[in-house]
Design a binder for this molecule. Structure first.
Ligand SMILES: [Mg+2]
Length: 354
């Protein structure tokens, strides 16, 4: 029995909404950033998924696929609360190696668990703990395998509310029913590369030589995959974060200059705070204040610093680098192009000290 266990909350945001509102239980629910036909679903309940609605489905299409779908506006703070509850409950029962995302964690099975039946019993009792401590409507998909890569794959093979175990003896045939795109790291481009090397099926992938995969991947990634498919564990260098970002879909009421400005302030502030936490940006309290007060100057400063130039005034981002003259708070909004500082923040042309 492998020591790796991946646990994935099913339909997380939609399930939290159903947990909090019993009227939504058993019904097709989609969580959306704003109630508008032009936006996309950011989560779908199991019932909505059965109709073909997925994360990323346009609301317009979701209504066609599932005419009685219930749209719920997202409540990120609540999802964070449930995430914390989920991690706390998990840590009370098992060693958590890494919290991979808001609804997914990589754990290590206790050493005392070394038979299939013991692992099944442990996974069942883990689910029972989570049900009692996090919420009785939430369900989990668990994958257990000899390494993290296969455990993740196994958790995807048993959705929703499932448990799938891969043992050394099951390899590679238990993977043969999958498609190449089911594997983490194989997107459209990589699939095309594999096909160009004569690899069209998972059976062909698992029997390919280490050299072939090294060649297809153009580097060590293919070698790691070759080992992982055999249930082996390899050391991978920690990934280096290169970007951080925050985004927010503007609700209709904020689709104007002042609303956009306020949201840009908040997003910049959040990004700067995270950078500072990561030790990548040393912001004094005064500079952080400026991030909030004068986001257009911060953007200008960052654009100059990292690109060496400012976008022209006519480009979509031009207004961010060079705010147009202020025409009063009652002016009609023109999206990002007319973004400018609030009237009360005029007359402070110094760039922020970052
Ligand atoms: Mg999930």
């Amino acid at each position: 029995m492998g020591p790796d266990l991946i646990l994935d909350l099913d339909c997380f945001f939609a399930s939290v909404e159903q947990q909090l509102d019993p009227r939504l239980r058993g019904r097709p629910v989609a969580v959306v950033p704003v109630k508008s036909d032009s936006t996309s679903c950011i989560a779908a309940s199991k019932e909505a998924k059965r109709c073909g609605v997925k994360t990323g489905t346009r609301v317009r299409d979701a209504r066609q696929l599932c005419p009685d779908i219930i749209l719920v506006e997202s409540r990120p703070r609540l999802y964070t609360e449930y995430h914390q509850r989920f991690v706390t409950a998990l840590e009370s029962r098992i060693q958590v190696a890494e919290v991979m995302s808001i609804d997914e964690a990589w754990c290590l099975l206790p050493k005392s668990v070394n038979h299939r039946t013991q692992a099944e019993a442990f996974a069942r009792s883990l689910k029972a703990t989570l049900t009692s401590q996090v919420g009785d409507w939430l369900t989990y998909s668990i994958g257990i395998a000899p390494n993290r890569f296969l455990a993740k794959l196994a958790s995807d093979m048993a959705k929703p509310d499932g448990l799938f175990m891969i043992e050394q003896a099951d390899l590679p045939h238990c993977l043969h029913r999958l498609k190449l795109r089911d594997f983490c790291g194989i997107g459209q481009k990589m699939e095309t590369r594999l096909v160009s090397h004569g690899i069209r099926t998972v059976a062909q992938l698992t029997s390919a030589t280490r050299e072939t995969l090294h060649h297809v991947w153009g580097g060590i990634g293919g070698v790691h995959l070759w080992h992982w498919l055999r249930g082996e564990v390899t050391e991978t260098p920690p990934t280096q974060r290169r970007t951080i970002g925050h985004s927010h879909v503007l609700p209709t009421r904020l689709r104007n200059d002042l609303g956009t400005h306020a949201v840009v302030c908040r997003l910049l502030q959040k990004a700067a705070m995270r950078l500072r936490k990561m030790g990548s940006l040393h912001l004094s309290p005064g500079a952080l204040h400026q991030v909030h007060q004068q986001p257009h100057l911060v953007l200008r400063h960052l654009l100059l610093r990292y690109t060496g130039h400012l976008p022209s005034a006519g480009s979509p981002r031009g207004a961010l680098g060079t705010p147009p003259p202020q025409t009063g708070p009652g002016a009609q909004g023109h999206g990002r192009q007319s973004l400018r500082p609030c009237p009360r923040h005029q007359g402070h042309p110094q760039p922020p000290q970052l």
